[in-house]
Design a protein around this ligand. Structure first.
Ligand code: SF4
Length: 448
């Protein structure tokens, strides 16, 4: 999922449209925008589909005002459908407000029971609704303290945008799982899950929201409030590896540069004798370039992807995933035929995609296919909002590398080490829980 916010900019809904469009890779199931106009009147539209399917000029024109927040979302099995589309809007005597979020709480059931026992009724399964009920619970306090207290009850990964008629609050969980950055646009501000959206709307990067911080954006400018003194830097490594766009910078590290460095390290850790290096488009191309550069093996375009099919990994069902793979990739026969190919991919989840691509390359005449993965063996599920599947479905959860290699019918298989996955970012730490099983948070009653 991705969030985008605009404060103090004329025709905020148009900026939101382009901002959300540039975050489309973070979710294709649905999109929504809420704006407040200068009379404090809210305007909202949400719908299933891509951003350009949900919004047209007429709908954007009806979303008047100089401030707004929006969201693009993908469905996982439990949270699909139009009821769960964001932003959520809350009516309250202390002032109406809207919320959009990215991430997943690990203690959502506990908070929902707590709130239901106090009379709250839930219409959705979304974390934004939980935050809304928690904020409403303490309506006598100033809003910033309502939000701060609410966020302190929440455990897990989140990037929240809360918008009242006067201001936008941007908050990031105390572990810093999810990226969230602030940009300057004219006299106003934008907030985005990824910095790639800033270039698209003509904004300049100002700074990242820190883990455990709430940034208030209003006519005073921007102000910082810490809702937690506990602060860690457990940024989701999958954002660097797979999820984010290469033109985004996350916590000061460019995603393309990260992937290229991971490819260089991958060659040093898992060398291979071959004729060409190819990447699986789009998210693995940077790592493949790094692998080719370090090895001296020529980099080639051996696979081409149709631009009009959604991402395999975030479609909801296995049947759809398999259908998606067939529709979207083709091998370039004249490039791979008769060659020993190193195929660099960003990650292996279930292995179904890898198997299909290896077969595609062999059918196109590749004499050998060596698979190199620019991340460690994925062995555990994610509980922080990235749909990486259950442990039983993961190719490597109960198989060693040789067995996984046989399953995907490759000639050889190699993975990047957890140490190099972190070192490629120049950081000292990040979340690797789906590769190591070392979860940064308590998991409450999650089944491992
Ligand atoms: S478990 Fe994996 S996918 Fe989930 S937040 Fe951590 S690194 Fe990201």
């Amino acid at each position: 999922m991705g969030v985008f916010g605009v404060y103090g900019v004329k025709d905020a809904s148009s900026i939101l449209y382009y901002g959300l469009h540039s975050l489309q890779h973070r979710g294709q199931e649905g999109a929504g925008i809420v704006t407040f106009d200068s009379d404090g009147e809210a305007h909202r539209f949400r719908g299933l589909g891509l951003v350009n399917e949900v919004f047209n000029q007429e709908r954007l024109s009806s979303l008047s005002g100089e401030m707004g927040i929006g969201n693009v979302r993908y469905a996982n099995v439990n949270k699909g459908g139009s009821d769960n589309l964001q932003p959520f809007f809350f009516h309250h005597h202390s002032g109406n407000f809207a919320i959009a979020d990215e991430g997943a709480l690990v203690n959502a059931p506990q908070i929902v029971s707590y709130l239901e026992n106090r009379g709250s009724l839930f219409q959705s399964a979304m974390d934004s609704e939980i935050l809304g009920h928690l904020i409403k619970k303490d309506s006598n306090k100033p809003r910033i303290f309502q939000i701060s207290d609410a966020l302190n009850m929440m455990e897990g990964s989140f990037a929240f945008l809360v918008m009242t008629r006067n201001r936008i609050y941007a908050a990031r969980d105390k572990y810093g799982f999810k990226p969230l950055s602030i940009g300057r646009l004219g006299d106003g501000y934008v907030v985005s899950s990824e910095t790639c959206a800033f270039d698209i709307v003509g904004a300049t990067f100002l700074r990242d929201v820190e883990p455990g911080e709430i940034v208030t954006i209003d006519h005073h400018g921007i102000r910082s409030h810490r809702f937690s003194q506990f602060q860690r830097h457990k940024m989701c490594s999958m954002d660097y590896i797979y999820l984010a766009r290469p033109d985004s910078d996350i916590d000061g590290c460019n995603v393309h540069a990260y992937r290229k460095e991971s490819g260089r390290r991958l060659f040093r850790e898992c060398p291979c004798d071959a004729d060409i290096v190819i990447g699986v488009p789009d998210s693995s191309l940077s790592a493949a370039m790094g692998y080719a550069q370090e090895s001296g093996i020529p980099y080639e375009i051996g696979l081409v992807k149709s631009k009009y099919v959604g991402r395999t990994f975030i479609q909801p069902t296995q049947a759809m995933r398999e259908k998606g793979v067939k529709m979207k990739l083709s091998a370039v026969r004249s490039i791979v035929s008769g060659k020993r190919v190193v195929m660099v991919d960003d990650s292996i989840v279930r292995g179904t995609t890898s198997l299909k691509i290896v077969k595609l390359l062999r059918e196109a005449g590749a004499t050998e296919v060596h698979v190199r993965i620019a991340s460690p063996r994925m062995t555990h599920p994610c509980f922080y909002g990235v749909d990486t599947s259950t442990e039983a479905e993961l190719l490597c959860s109960h198989r060693n590398t040789e067995e996984a290699c046989r399953m995907i019918e490759a000639d050889s298989l190699g993975f990047l080490s957890p140490e190099s996955t972190i070192a490629s970012s120049g950081r000292s730490d990040m979340c690797l829980a789906c590769f190591t099983g070392e979860y940064p948070t308590i998991l409450y009653n999650k089944n491992l």
